[in-house]
Design a binder for this molecule. Sequence first.
Ligand SMILES: *Cc1c(COP(=O)(O)O)cnc(C)c1O
Length: 493
Amino acid sequence: MDKFQEATTENETLDPPDWTDMGVLSHRILDDAISYLKDVRDRPVWREMPAEVRSFFSAPLPRSPAPLADVYDDVARNVMPYPMGNIHPRFWSWYMGSSNFTGALGDFLAAIQGSNLGGGNHAAGLMDSQVVNWCKEMVGFPAAASGTLVSGGSMANIIGLTVARNVKAGVDVRERGVGAIPKPLRYYASDQVHSCHRKAMEVLGLGNRALRRIPTDAGLRIDIAALKRAIAEDREAGFKPACVIGTAGTVNTGAVDDLQALATVAAEQDLWFHVDGCIGALIAIAPENRSLVAGIEQGDSIALDPHKWLHAPFEAGCALVRDASAHRNTFAVTPEYLESTPRGLASGEWLHDYGLQTSRGFRALKIWMALKEHGLEKFGRLIDQNIAQARYLTRLIEAERALELMAPTTINIVSFRHRLGDASEEHLKTFNTEIMLRLQEEGIAVLSDTTVGGQHCLRVAIANHRTRRDDLDLLVSEMLRLGREIEAPSMPG
Ligand SMILES: *Cc1c(COP(=O)(O)O)cnc(C)c1O
């Protein structure tokens, strides 16, 4: 009998028919995975998928079985060679970490154990709380604060902004809804604030207009005097100023708001102080640069992102809230089917009382294992290393006539562009976009672009534990080569 038909109907299971065979295949997959990471530097950062690979993803829903070895071959052929590229040493696009092998083992073991982190008395629940406690310690939060691991920074910000709304609303928003809030709430952030805050304001029912974007200074940090004026204006006009969001590392240029000044304004004005530390909160563990985020420990809530500078495999975000009861009061609901018991599995804490998810994955293990293996100090040094690399790239750009720095480099993000005679802004954008695309298409490096102060620029965000200085030397020389190649055809003679 065919081995795929031998299970009888009533005893069917997803377990393999033969664990020994499964072991052999699994070892092969593991060996391939190790080579994949070991050789990452030798592959292009990114490559376009050929049409036949693209069409692989339109295959119909599989109704009958296939041997797992064939399934894996499909993955090895069509999926693994076409990654986003963020594990590559020359990936510096948008903002994300570069993952790590130990974290991948953690994800594997978490899936093998299969625990649900909604709550309960089991090791995964305790480890989840332990990692949250470690995150508090990293940013200087008190042990009595609370927190939760979430999918990423966007969710972590939503958690903080929701607690802020409920605390400042002046009514029981959970019971009565936002329509019952007596004076419309206002939140404040710099005009560089990440787009997830807009979404948060929308889903919180406060609306995008309730988030006032405050102008920034020459360093693209929130203008404190303008913030104070906006708060006074709003009070005058009958709004209730409720929350100020400080950004520790903006996504455009890495600017760090003056967190101590914001903490003072928040205290004077009775505002909730939320810190979006998705990029920069963890600078608090970096010995050379930690003073840049001084004041973060005064936040009422902080969003941080272990899948950025702790390089946890996606996904892992963390929301921290200083006032644990305000946090719990925002989300706790105990339905009759989730009552706790005095002993046994249901005697543990219900971790779903601290966020929006009921079931949650065991995100803590991948973070825990990598932290244990390397120790916190090494993660701190890696953050300093990336910041030093960004400063090195900044010096290369400043020394090169063909390149132009477009914003000050504060942390690990460099905004710059290739010059082009006295070309218009529009022409410069086309030219620099072409350089960026050819860098990708030739598999050399992946950068992204943005607009700062109305001017288009390229962006290198180095949150990458594999980047070396010679990668940045290569970037500059390849940009100059591409600049010449793109420019040449349009130049007469
Ligand atoms: C990345 C980022 C976010 C969003 O975090 P995700 O993990 O992508 O959801 C929010 N704010 C800032 C400043 C970020 O850099």
